[in-house]
Design a protein around this ligand. Structure first.
Ligand code: ADP
Length: 168
């Protein structure tokens, strides 16, 4: 990658990756020379899919976007952004309710590393209501996941929740 390349790192848990995330990724891939999707690991939260599963799933879904890479990370997001040679931390934003959290995180991150700039893309009108939490709830209740997550994620979510019911 040439020295002046504009690189952005889009961080999140992506548990699961849904159509709102995919929309942000597509749009950002046109705005930046390279986009890295940073799949976070939060030891305090139990995820539906392991970090490795999430990385593999997202890799398949962005295969057609040549300037997009997927990497797992743990620890500080600003540190990961630097490790990737970027200065832009990308986040998506939905309703006003997201602002408070994102505002706190942005100020915290700029205190940790003032050279990292957080950039927001607003959710597309079709996807502004989507969240991973909502999708996990629909999956747990056996609802139809079309229109929420990309096709390949549907089967995996259904299988994971069938397993959970089987274990209960
Ligand atoms: P986290 O676990 O870091 O809060 P998520 O994995 O839920 O994040 O989402 C990653 C990023 O994508 C966050 O910036 C979040 O605000 C954004 N995002 C989530 N859902 C949507 C959506 N429907 N449209 C646009 N951006 C979204």
């Amino acid at each position: 990658m040439n020295r002046g390349a504009r690189i952005a790192v889009y961080t999140g848990s992506f548990d699961p990756y849904h159509l709102g995330h995919q929309n942000i990724v597509r749009r950002a891939s046109r705005l930046f020379d390279r986009l890295v999707i940073g799949v976070g690991e939060n030891p305090e939260k139990r995820s539906v899919f392991s970090q490795e599963e999430r990385v593999t799933m997202i890799e398949e879904l962005v295969e057609e976007l040549p300037n997009v890479d997927v990497r797992g990370f743990s620890g500080l997001a600003v540190r990961f952004v630097r490790e990737e040679g970027a200065r832009v931390l990308l986040r998506g934003i939905r309703a006003l309710s997201d602002i408070e959290y994102e505002f706190t995180m942005t100020l915290t991150n700029s205190t940790l590393d003032e050279e990292i700039e957080t950039v927001f893309l607003m959710a597309d009108k079709e996807y502004g209501h989507l969240s991973s939490t909502l999708i996990r709830q629909i999956a747990a209740l056996g609802g139809d996941l079309r229109g929420f997550v990309p096709e390949p994620v549907i089967g995996r979510l259904e299988a994971r929740f069938r397993q959970k019911v089987g274990q209960a």
